[in-house]
Design a protein around this ligand. Sequence first.
Ligand SMILES: [Zn+2]
Length: 72
Amino acid sequence: MGTIIALLVVCLPTVTVGYIGWCYASPWGTCRRCAPGGKNRTCRACDGTGMRPRLGWQLYVYLRRLHRDGTR
Ligand SMILES: [Zn+2]
């Protein structure tokens, strides 16, 4: 049991850093709603662009805005 927890403690930061790096490298993912058939002009999820910001990127933008508003 202790080994699993130790493994989690080591893995979690690695995964988190990897995900942040992945978000930073490509903040835009393909829209899941219209990805199979290509762009869909009437898609509401992505406004017809076929691209959607990743959750991590949205979080980063939100935190950045929060920080900017807080320090102003
Ligand atoms: Zn879409």
